[in-house]
Design a protein around this ligand. Sequence first.
Ligand SMILES: *[C@@H]1O[C@H](CO)[C@@H](O)[C@H](O)[C@H]1NC(C)=O
Ligand SMILES: *[C@@H]1O[C@H](CO)[C@@H](O)[C@H](O)[C@H]1NC(C)=O
Ligand SMILES: *[C@@H]1O[C@H](CO)[C@@H](O)[C@H](O)[C@H]1NC(C)=O
Ligand SMILES: *[C@@H]1O[C@H](CO)[C@@H](O)[C@H](O)[C@H]1NC(C)=O
Length: 453
Amino acid sequence: MNFRAITVILFLLVTTFTSSFGLFTNVSLSTIFNENKPLVGFALTTLGKILNPTAASTTQRPAGFTSKLTKLLASVLNIPPEVYFSTHQHILQQGYPAEEHFVVSPDGYILTVNRIPGPRHSRGRSRSADVVLMMTTTISSSSDYIVSSPKYSLAYLLADAGYDVWLGNVRGTREGRNHTRLNPDKDRRFWNFSVDDVARYDYPALASYITRHAGVERIFFVGFSAANRCLFMSASAPNSFIDKIRLSVSLSPALGTEQSSPFMNVFTKIFSEIRGVVEKFNGGQFYHGNDFMKSLIYIACSDRSKLRPLCLRLTSTLMGGVHSGYDGKDKLAFALNSLMSGTSNKAALHQAQINTSPVLRMFDYRAGNMAAYGSEKPPAYNLSLVSAPVALFVSPDDRLLPIEGLESLKKNLPNVVVTHLIRQPDFGRMDVIYSDTAKELVYDHVLPLMKLF
Ligand SMILES: *[C@@H]1O[C@H](CO)[C@@H](O)[C@H](O)[C@H]1NC(C)=O
Ligand SMILES: *[C@@H]1O[C@H](CO)[C@@H](O)[C@H](O)[C@H]1NC(C)=O
Ligand SMILES: *[C@@H]1O[C@H](CO)[C@@H](O)[C@H](O)[C@H]1NC(C)=O
Ligand SMILES: *[C@@H]1O[C@H](CO)[C@@H](O)[C@H](O)[C@H]1NC(C)=O
């Protein structure tokens, strides 16, 4: 039995169900309970709405109820205010200069970019010529790079070393929920995007804003996990910035096509079949790491929670390894809340499609491929366009990237300059970015390498 695949499916089903719950209660339960037991109906509908604020237009709950409930939970259970902090607030709290920028994609999504323009306790504005764009997975928030304390987090280490650090967010995450025309809480069209759109629109828009604003020609790129795939995909975009990259530091660089399990195959088939139905229930939004969900994750996974071992096990299984360096300060809960920020059904399905195909392809519309692309199969991405120098930092215990996968990745990318296998046998995928041990095992090799480019 493939435990990872099962938990992935469970996770997807649970999140789909919880985000579907809002409409589900609206459609059936609240109509049953509305007349006779208005309180029960109200309670159920409200719970649904808390879990799925997207369906807000169909709710009768008073405005601000979710935030009131979250506040109540937070005060009764002593949840620290930092759990709800934005990336910007976290950076300021650590004593670093911080700027918040808003980048508009060509199709109207407004993305937050967090800038750390200088070292700790400086006034910022060091006007460094060394600019670095750091990106994380398509479901995660930019806070990924600052979950650890300044001594152990790559973003802070780079800022202290004189780099001009920019942490980007993509559409659908907590910091990517705005649009020039569409309302993410009301308009399903907001959620009509796949990973293709992130790579085609968001990445080039972020890079072009940053080079313009910082006044540089070329930048460093740091990617974690799926961000590397997005970068490689973005090399095919019309306004690709791949030739403006001095060096791409690719942390845990699996394409996702390296391994395919029968369970993922079944899941992808089922999700493809029922996406239309799921869409009706959750409005196209696959997951939303709102304050309420953040509270739940904190309650379940904080250091004092009895469920913490289960959290650790699930996270480890889902993400291919979580080992040491998560002790103290509720690190695991913060990591999970940052990791699970938000995305669309379509992007989640695309991710599943990628995981079950040996070739990196665009979104599979199946019967609709002919109309969308003029071919039976979606077009494949051409990795030989990735001309930028790439440094691969690979965890030995990364279950998403088996060693054969690494070989094929190295063969397909034309300009791999370094392959660094991390020297700790049980070092996992998530450890590269969240674990305190990553400083010594990874970042101490990243910084000297960047000096050479
Ligand atoms: C949800 O309930 C409200 C109020 O009862 C109703 O107006 C609305 O049409 C319902 N939504 C759906 C999708 O059934
Ligand atoms: C979304 O962007 C618009 C236009 O820039 C801005 O006026 C609005 O305040 C933003 N909304 C949020 C919730 O950030
Ligand atoms: C979603 O976008 C695709 C093209 O990207 C378009 O063909 C389709 O009609 C859109 N669907 C909805 C519901 O807007
Ligand atoms: C991929 O891109 C390279 C470099 O531009 C080109 O030579 C090659 O023909 C492309 N391959 C495909 C299958 O399009």
